[in-house]
Design a protein around this ligand. Structure first.
Ligand code: NAD
Length: 286
């Protein structure tokens, strides 16, 4: 194994040589929490794949405007929209804006999320509620508005085989317990059964609901886990594939899950994690 590593000089970054296929041409999307990190790259990837996109942001418009520019460069349409996904009125207003700008909606990506970490016995109600409200209630509110719109719109076979697609950004912590992050793990575990239950309920309407569970992806949310050499090396103990993931990789997975290429897939979680869920402690036989 050591020889293999030396011989192959494992590359860090990934720039796969894949052409941009406009698999989402003519579709309309909302991506939440899309002014930074994973959400921003998902929005750009979906825009490059041919969809028009509402770029939802919570506070700073700068990142949202950058995503808009990237999409416009590829000939797509995109609009920033400020809304707190845990606020019902603001979520309803965002879906109204999508209808106003685009006429309809085909794709929702529930990406907005945050952490408020604390040892369990010191965790405050505010820390618990904020994480559950953004990460879980936010996905409920946005998915509910999306299903209403998909149901109302129905299927347009010239655009997609499905009436609509929802992608819930979860985490490997929907199955891996996480000490010191109990509120976060509980929210992502909740997302997992929210996603499956909604998928079961709306499948007869030809609405697909799936999740992407990222492992360690290089974004601001986990900066301290990869920013120093020591932290990065510790992180690698948890990743059999021996590199961190990049937000663009989640973008590519989202485009595929939103496209008709995955039309028979619903109620599934796609782990994009370099093997983090493969019990890395047993990598050398345990
Ligand atoms: P990030 O902090 O860059 O992105 C989170 C985004 O959500 C930010 O743009 C933030 O402004 C937005 N947001 C927060 N509260 C919001 C609210 N109330 N309404 C609307 N938007 C809000 O971090 P990220 O890593 O890109 O995280 C994106 C998603 O991926 C999150 O759901 C996170 O839990 C999940 N995730 C990330 C990783 C990782 O390693 N980075 C791993 C697993 C899961």
């Amino acid at each position: 194994m050591k020889d293999y590593y030396q011989k192959n000089k494992l590359p860090e970054a990934v720039q796969p040589n894949c052409p941009i296929v406009q698999s989402l041409k003519g579709q309309k999307a909302i991506v939440t929490g899309a002014s930074s990190g994973i959400g921003k790259e998902i929005a750009i990837a979906i825009g490059k794949a041919g969809a028009d996109v509402i770029i939802n942001y919570a506070s700073s418009i700068k990142g949202a405007e950058e995503a808009v520019k990237e999409i416009e460069k590829c000939g797509g349409k995109a609009f920033p929209f400020k809304a707190d996904v845990s606020n019902e009125e603001e979520v309803v207003a965002m879906f109204e804006e999508a209808k106003k700008q685009f006429g309809s909606l085909d794709i929702l990506v529930n990406n907005a999320g945050l952490q408020k970490d604390a040892p369990f016995d010191e965790m405050t109600i505010e820390q618990w509620d904020r994480v559950i409200n953004v990460n879980l209630r936010g996905q409920f509110l946005c998915s509910r508005e999306a299903v209403k719109e998909f149901k109302n719109k129905g299927i347009n076979p010239n655009i997609s085989c499905a009436a609509g697609k929802i992608i819930c950004v979860s985490s490997v912590h929907d199955v891996i317990p996480w000490a010191g992050h109990v509120n976060y793990a509980a929210s992502k575990g909740g997302v997992s059964l929210l996603m499956k239950s909604v998928a079961q309920e709306v499948a007869p309407l030809r609405i697909r609901v799936n999740a992407i569970a990222p492992g360690a992806i290089r974004t601001p949310i986990n900066h301290e886990a990869w920013a120093t050499e020591e932290a990065y090396s510790d992180l690698m103990k948890l990743i059999p594939y021996k590199r961190i993931g990049e937000p663009e990789e989640i973008g590519r997975a989202a485009v595929w899950l939103a496209s008709d290429d995955s039309d028979y897939i619903t109620g599934t979680t796609l782990y994009v994690d370099g093997g983090m869920t493969l019990y890395p402690g047993f990598e050398t036989g345990g």
